[in-house]
Design a protein around this ligand. Sequence first.
Ligand SMILES: NC(=O)c1ccc[n+]([C@@H]2O[C@H](COP(=O)([O-])OP(=O)(O)OC[C@H]3O[C@@H](n4cnc5c(N)ncnc54)[C@H](O)[C@@H]3O)[C@@H](O)[C@H]2O)c1
Length: 419
Amino acid sequence: MSVAVAVVGLGKIGLTLAAQYASRGLSVIGCDINAALVESVNGGHCPVDGEEELEERLANALRDERLTATVDTAAAVATSDVVVVIVPVGLTGEQTPDFTHLDAAIADIAGGLRPGTLVVVETTVPVGTTRNRVGEALMNEDQPPLLAASPERVSSGHIFRDLRSYPKVIGAIDEASWTKAEAFYSAALEAPSLLRVRDPETAEFSKLAEGIYRDVNIALADELARYADAAGIDVIEAIDAANSQPYSHLHQPGVGVGGHCLPVYPYFLPKDSGAKLPLAAREINDGMAAYGVSKLEQALGSLKGATVLVLGLAYRPNVKEASHSSALLITEALRARGATALIHDPLYSDAELAALGLKPVAGLPPEHTDAVIVQAWHDAYDDLDFATFSGCKVVLDGRNALDRARVEAAGMRYLGIGR
Ligand SMILES: NC(=O)c1ccc[n+]([C@@H]2O[C@H](COP(=O)([O-])OP(=O)(O)OC[C@H]3O[C@@H](n4cnc5c(N)ncnc54)[C@H](O)[C@@H]3O)[C@@H](O)[C@H]2O)c1
């Protein structure tokens, strides 16, 4: 099947999808409003760091002339059989869905859309967005567009592996849209199966359900960890034991849940949905940063005037993504208690850290710090020797990622979450 596909939104996910489709022999045009990014892709530079296989696949796609990038979305759409939409929908300041990027992208797509071209919304969106918001904006003289929702479920860092491993969930608006979506995804992916659900709403909801499940599960682990702390139990040992039975799938507790997925999707449910757990989980998970800091405060006696180094701005290890990172809540809680919060992250420049209102440490080991909080344990930290951290008395292992013995051997007190 010879398919021309436009990928709208060439970010961490979109660029990787574009390279995936090209590697399957499809002819791909990547569209983005960021002209520098488009130029970089066309110039053969991979703008995304740390994505397994991406550099090589991108280079092959460019060499084989199967991928180009453009800022002219309408023109790209006009020559495409399939359009994949993967621009972000985040939150406004009022914690409601922010459709700014999606609406702008759909307006550009509408400018070039031909009858018979399938538009697939891969962005995670509130239920009904594909049919109502996107469908209505793409309506052409009462002619409904071919439309499907197929939320992207991959995690950055190992997207190609995830694309090969997970069934592709697709909810099409009608049979003609399904036939086209089935042919496209069969050609474009090596997914183990295409999982057709009855409509776009079910597909949209499946992604929200997946994310909210994880956020709620972590909130439960966090509450169990708080109890374990009070009762003198090691929660990790207890969770491992509980999960040895097939009906228990407890996740790991920690100093909070970040990223642009899990902390966002609970707010994609309508305010009158009646669901209580998702928002309660948000509150619990967001409270873990202050909980960790209060454990540190107890251990040090006071945080007034203390210097505390936070390791890791990224919301999870080895991925340069800081939205809703717990590091931001941790530094806020430290400052509120009178401490100086320093931050280190090998994935970010000092200027990038400072732009977020954070205070980058001059280097590692730090000149002086009273305590360390591990927020994201990047691979680059594996060789850190805490014994070289002058003045450091306590290490709060916010991800339960460290070897307690190693910290104690360096002469410091080890604190975990629920240990
Ligand atoms: N990052 C993840 O781990 C992940 C995982 C699964 C699904 N998703 C979904 O993918 C979406 C995108 O995530 P990402 O990490 O690629 O985001 P990103 O911020 O890395 O990239 C988004 C890109 O969209 C571009 N863009 C914005 N408005 C546009 C417009 N009007 N037209 C064309 N391009 C436009 C931006 O310039 C940017 O390059 C998320 O919102 C989420 O729904 C993300």
